[in-house]
Design a protein around this ligand. Structure first.
Ligand SMILES: [Zn+2]
Ligand SMILES: [Zn+2]
Length: 148
């Protein structure tokens, strides 16, 4: 199977199971290690791990594609596209996608209040000189980076 037939298969599954077109690219990526596939938030493309397909066959491939299409459609519609989101879990069930995890890395920066130890999670870097703790007005410092 090559990228062109993968693209066609993704388009077909999107149309048949989601009733919506897939308008981006689907590609095999041999560098994926521990996941069957992934959805790229920036380009909206879907990548599939060819080793999983070789090993587990066509059903596995269809499962990976359905899973990634759940991320894809929900993300484009501005709905809950993460594994823990309700929208995601409901859609996964509806289309019969497996729950195995082909993860989208999400990173957060955690800031800590020096005075009361309150923690703040931010997607983006924040200028600690310009903000104080919401609870006690103490000074904030960078604490750690989390990927989940
Ligand atoms: Zn996923
Ligand atoms: Zn505080």
């Amino acid at each position: 199977m090559n990228d062109i037939s993968l693209q066609k298969l993704v388009q077909r599954i999107s149309q048949d199971d989601f009733r919506k077109p897939f308008l981006h690219k689907a590609l095999f990526n041999t560098r994926l290690q521990t996941t069957g596939g992934r959805y790229l938030l920036k380009s909206h493309d879907i990548e599939v791990n060819p080793k999983y397909v070789e090993k587990f066959g066509h059903d596995e491939l269809v499962g990976i594609i359905k899973h990634e299409l759940c991320h894809y459609h929900l993300h484009l519609e501005g709905r809950g596209y993460r594994h823990r989101d309700r929208d995601f879990r409901v859609l996964m069930q509806k289309v019969g996608a497996p729950r195995f995890c082909s993860r989208i890395p999400q990173s957060y920066l955690v800031y800590r209040c020096q005075q009361c130890d309150a923690r703040y999670r931010r997607r983006k870097r924040m200028d600690v000189a310009r903000y104080v703790c919401g609870a006690c007005k103490g000074k904030l410092i960078f604490f750690e980076k989390i990927v989940d």
